[in-house]
Design a protein around this ligand. Structure first.
Ligand SMILES: [Zn+2]
Length: 137
């Protein structure tokens, strides 16, 4: 966690610690074994406060996306167009992660498999993870 930006809220520490090891992890309730996202102090399903970060395989599917064609911040103008997506994971039911997808927007389809790229240089912005269509990683 030492290399993570200091602006990261502490409740997201487990997510970013996993990213630094090129993995995805989400909070999972130790009582009811259900995932949730975003991190919460109590499980939204059973209200237990016994929650652990669990790593997942990382392969996901595209739930939805939008193509951003206008920069709301001038700093993002050079990246246009870019894709902001909701990605689901078969081994973390209930989690939908907002992330960038690096692909031709016309090539995307709901439910298509995507895999994470943990790359500081290629990722749009500094999120630490960008998804690409499976087979293109
Ligand atoms: Zn629970």
């Amino acid at each position: 966690m030492s290399d993570a930006p200091s602006t990261i809220a502490p409740e997201f520490a487990g997510f970013f610690a996993a990213l630094q090891e090129r993995a995805l992890a989400f909070p999972c309730c130790d009582t009811c074994a259900r995932f949730h996202w975003y991190p919460m102090k109590a499980c939204p399903h059973c209200r237990s406060s016994v929650i652990s970060w669990r790593r997942i395989a990382g392969t996901g599917s595209l739930y939805s996306w939008t193509t951003v064609r206008h920069a709301f911040d001038p700093a993002w103008r050079d990246r246009l167009p870019y894709i902001v997506a909701l990605v689901e994971f078969p081994d973390a039911p209930g989690v939908r992660l907002i992330a960038n997808v690096a692909a031709d927007p016309e090539s995307l389809a709901i439910g298509m498999a995507v895999t994470p790229c943990f790359d500081d240089g290629v990722a749009i912005g500094k999120s630490g993870v960008t998804f690409v269509p499976a087979g293109n990683a």
